[in-house]
Design a protein around this ligand. Structure first.
Ligand code: NAD
Length: 255
């Protein structure tokens, strides 16, 4: 699907990987709806992007708010052809320890946002895409989810995060199969360690240690590199049902 024909919902679009992807889509001639929490900087980021962007405040776990965001996207741009799921939270807590077991609410909250939220948005977005006339390749839309290298090699403290991202990887193929008759593709990107506000919370030393463990290039990933792959997935009609690691050959150690 051509970027210039695209109207894309970008969750987590106010920051990091989502914002970089929204910028790349707009630079390629497409339109974006930045879906992010009402308290995020979505309004400011959307106005920097200009008329091709809209801020649609919404929590990905809310059916009502996501439906509202899709409705305002339809009103502004007339269709939805893409959905890039970048909203997520990075959490860390061990299964149990001297302070007792991980509270179940920690595990549930992580899965609720990263996995259930992703599915909530994509199911509603795909339903809207069914209304599109297919393009010359028979496509009505494309979905790109964000997992993590932690879906495959989660570290100590990542049981909840890895479970949430493993779920995103696991549902990618069946969703692609579900939507194949309708010409809607679904792929997932599993990033390694990227230089975004999520990682900026770590001290410099920890960021350098992370970079040192990456075979090549030995640095954190740039959000623009994630955006480039997301745009490639939109453009390439033969990419479907697959999870692509984007990690400089990083395989994460236990800690
Ligand atoms: N940065 C990395 O190294 C890295 C590595 C692997 C995977 N990821 C994944 O990439 C995605 C993007 O991460 P990032 O690094 O850009 O982080 P980020 O913190 O910069 O951006 C995440 C955005 O998601 C939004 N968000 C969080 N919960 C939300 C909710 N319930 N509803 C709507 N919006 C919500 C936040 O407001 C924020 O704007 C996440 O899913 C993260 O797990 C990041």
């Amino acid at each position: 699907m051509k970027l210039e024909d695209s109207v894309v919902l970008v969750t987590g679009g106010a920051s990091g990987l989502g914002l970089a992807t929204a910028k790349a889509i707009v630079a390629g001639g497409g339109k974006v709806s930045l879906m992010d929490r009402p308290a995020s900087e979505g309004e400011a980021r959307a106005s920097e992007l200009g008329e091709a962007a809209l801020f649609a405040p919404s929590d990905v776990t809310s059916e009502e708010e996501v439906e509202g965001a899709i409705a305002s996207t339809m009103e502004a741009f007339g269709k939805v052809t893409g959905c890039i799921n970048c909203a997520g939270v990075g959490t860390a807590m061990k299964t149990t320890g001297k302070n007792g077991p991980m509270p179940l609410k920690h595990f549930k909250m992580t899965v609720e946002i990263n996995l259930v939220g992703t599915f909530n948005v994509l199911r509603l977005a795909a339903t809207k895409m069914l209304e599109n006339d297919p393009n010359e390749d028979g496509e009505r839309g494309v979905i790109v989810n964000t997992a993590s290298a932690a879906a495959f090699d989660g570290q100590i403290g990542q049981a909840a995060y890895s479970a949430s991202k493993g779920g995103v990887v696991g549902m990618t193929l069946p969703i692609a199969r579900d939507l194949s008759r309708d010409g809607i593709r679904c792929c997932t990107i599993a990033p390694g360690t990227f230089d975004t506000p999520m990682l900026a919370l770590l001290p410099d030393e920890a960021r350098q240690a992370l970079a040192a463990g990456i075979p090549f290039p030995q640095r954190l990933g740039r959000p623009e590199e994630f955006a480039q792959l997301a745009c490639d997935i939109i453009r390439n009609p033969y990419l479907n049902g697959e999870t692509i690691r984007l990690d400089g050959a990083l395989r994460m150690p236990p800690r």
